[in-house]
Design a protein around this ligand. Structure first.
Ligand SMILES: Nc1ncnc2c1ncn2[C@@H]1O[C@H](COP(=O)(O)OP(=O)(O)O)[C@@H](O)[C@H]1O
Ligand SMILES: [Mg+2]
Length: 602
């Protein structure tokens, strides 16, 4: 029993520490993005104070008008005091409006600048994070950070914050003005604060709960939507539309219900405040009326007291509302700052020595790898691939081939051991030099918006048109490209110009060819090609691979023919390694696989 108690307390302590750390992290981020605008921010606060003070001055002027201006006009036929007071009233009204307009503008400008900065940071950070992060964190969640979290923060920054400040000031100034005019009227107002505090407490906890739920459901809605759309091909081929539609409809329903509840909470709070407000005004009026009859209070002062009391209740509701928006904005900020805190798992060394690969000698020394501590995917092994060698990597699905490829291309660092290129530890090579030296082409063959030529040129931004065409000829893509509606200038995303999966792979081969890396890794890069295209590529491959270190992962064993050496992987281990011809003659795994494959062709 007691041990559990201690554990529980420890955990609470940890939680508290963690919460404090999260809050600090959020505040640091906010300060960091607001700091460039601090002068303007301060000026905005000053404007809010002045504007609010001017708004509050009205009833006091009215009281003056009734109690001194009016008697002067009626009794002495002196209109100057009332005219001065009316002028003051008009000026304060105009001033309040002008400052309001100004601070609204300024706060919107500042908040949009701040939001823009956050958006840019999130994007840049998304790019900076390693592949490991992207394989773990769904794109739906990143999109939620960029959209709904930023929007929530935007709501607070562009309207809520100044309303919050002006609301608090308004209450404060109104209370001061009321007490200054007539302290006795302050008593019913002070008493009214007891039920107001009660309902406000109820409201803030109830609406916080509903608000949280509604934010949560809106994020889930986005994630569900993004996932269904990203996987739309799988959805369609497996007729998952009804399932997905129902799942989405459920999320919509959750969101609708939570939002309805949020609004219902207002529906109770608002009328409750109105009732308390009316009763308080009535009390102030009644008390004042007796005192006016007694001669203890001027009519103007009573009028002002009633007006102040009435106005006092206006901002309370706003404050409670903005308290909520403040809550959800800080939750959003917590998530954004948490995202920005994620560290890339593969980091570039500071001031790395420049590197150009000359030989292309790859070496993996006592390398082991695990995606997570629980399961070792590649147990410790060593492997050397001399420059210029073409290696075929074969093995069943899940054997660890892609993992090995990602380690050699440094999308991941090995958990243990060292990977070197020409004797240099990959971790000491700058990102740009590394990308110039090693290219990994995967089955994905992603094309970006733009023309076919643009997509090829991505491998070498300064390539001329002739270079692009030469590359396409080399890998055997020239014929299909010239047959496209606009040839090399064909927009790959325009409707009707969509390239087939095989054509996209050919384009990504061109990209790799023009990049001219010392080390080229093809991970099932010919998987989407039909047999004729693959034949075509076979010729292209010879050109593509000539003079480079190459690792080809392919399940069609035909590709293996051009390899000097074969590595067979199984369960994360290299179980066979030798010259292609030798392995073929033997009785090992590869020979058996190859024979079976040959028989299947016959
Ligand atoms: N991002 C990842 N996170 C965790 N485990 C992974 C990840 N990618 C692959 N694995 C696991 O590593 C093993 C090897 O996968 P992989 O290298 O993709 O195999 P292959 O390319 O040979 O089919 C598999 O058991 C797979 O489940
Ligand atoms: Mg694979």
């Amino acid at each position: 029993m007691s041990t559990f108690g201690v554990v529980g307390e420890d955990r609470q302590d940890l939680n508290r520490k963690e919460n404090r750390r999260i809050r600090q992290r959020s505040v640091t981020l906010l300060w960091d993005v607001v700091r460039p605008y601090r002068t303007r921010f301060l000026a905005t606060v000053v404007l809010v104070v002045v504007s609010t003070a001017l708004q509050v001055v009205g009833p006091t002027l009215i009281a003056r008008g009734f109690d001194t201006g009016l008697p002067a006009a009626v009794e002495d036929n002196n209109f100057l005091p009332i005219l001065l007071i009316v002028a003051g009233f008009v000026l304060s009204g105009l001033g309040a409006a002008a400052f309001l307009a100004l601070y609204t503008r300024w706060s919107i400008t500042i908040s949009q600048d701040v939001l823009g900065e956050l958006r840019r940071r999130i994007f840049a950070h998304t790019q900076r994070l390693s592949l490991e992060f992207h394989e773990r964190y769904t794109s739906g969640r990143i999109i939620a950070r960029q959209t709904s979290d930023i929007d929530t923060l935007g709501e607070l920054l562009s309207g809520g914050l100044s309303s919050l400040v002006s609301g608090v000031l308004y209450l404060l100034f109104t209370a001061i003005a009321l007490v200054a005019i007539d302290p006795v009227s302050g008593i019913p107002l002070a008493l009214a604060m007891i039920p107001v505090a009660g309902v406000t407490w109820w409201f803030s906890s109830a609406s916080r709960r509903e608000f949280r739920a509604s934010r949560l459901y809106s994020t889930r809605l986005i994630i569900q939507f993004v996932e269904s759309m990203t996987g739309i091909r799988a959805v369609k081929s497996f007729r998952r539309e009804p399932v997905d539609r129902d799942a989405y409809a459920d999320k919509v329903e959750d969101y609708r219900y939570a939002t309805k509840r949020t609004i219902e909470v207002y529906g109770i709070y608002d009328p409750a405040l109105k009732v308390i407000g009316s009763l308080t005004v009535a009390t102030v009026l009644l008390l004042g009326a007796f005192r006016v009859v007694d001669g203890g209070m001027a009519v103007g002062a009573l009028l002002a007291a009633v007006l102040y009391t009435r106005r006092f209740f206006g901002p309370i509701e706003n404050l409670a509302m903005f308290y909520n928006s403040f809550q959800s904005a800080s939750a959003a900020l917590e998530k954004i700052s948490g995202f920005l805190e994620e560290q890339p798992s593969v980091v570039e060394q500071r001031d790395p020595e420049p590197f150009v690969s000359t030989r292309g000698d790859l070496s993996l020394d006592s390398v082991a790898f695990a995606y997570n501590p629980e399961s070792l995917v590649l147990p410790t092994f060593s492997l050397a691939i001399p420059g210029g060698e073409t290696v075929a990597l074969v093995g069943a699905t899940g054997a660890g081939k892609s993992t090995l490829a990602k380690i050699i291309a440094r999308f991941y660092d090995p958990t243990d051991g060292v990977v070197t290129l020409d004797g240099r530890d990959l971790r000491t090579i700058s990102d740009i030099d590394l990308r110039n030296a090693i290219t990994l082409v995967t089955q994905e063959a992603y094309l970006f918006s733009g023309s076919v030529a643009d997509n090829i040129r991505m491998g070498k931004p300064d390539a001329t048109d002739d270079d692009v065409i030469a590359a396409a000829r080399a890998v055997g893509a020239h014929e299909f490209i010239t047959a496209l509606p606009d040839g090399y200038d064909t927009d790959v995303n325009k409707r009707g110009n969509r390239l087939s999966a095989g054509q996209r792979q050919l384009v990504s081969f061109c990209r790799a060819f023009i990049a001219n890396p010392r080390v080229l890794i093809l991970d099932e890069a010919t998987a989407s090609l039909d047999i004729p295209s693959e034949r075509l590529i076979q010729r292209g491959l010879n050109t593509l691979l000539a003079g480079r270190t190459a690792i080809i992962i392919a399940h069609r064993l035909s590709t293996v023919a051009i390899a000097d050496r074969v590595l067979v992987m199984d369960g994360g281990r290299i179980i066979e390694d030798g010259p292609t011809a030798e392995l073929l003659k033997g009785t090992g795994r590869f020979a058996t696989l190859h024979r079976a494959w040959r028989d299947s062709l016959a």
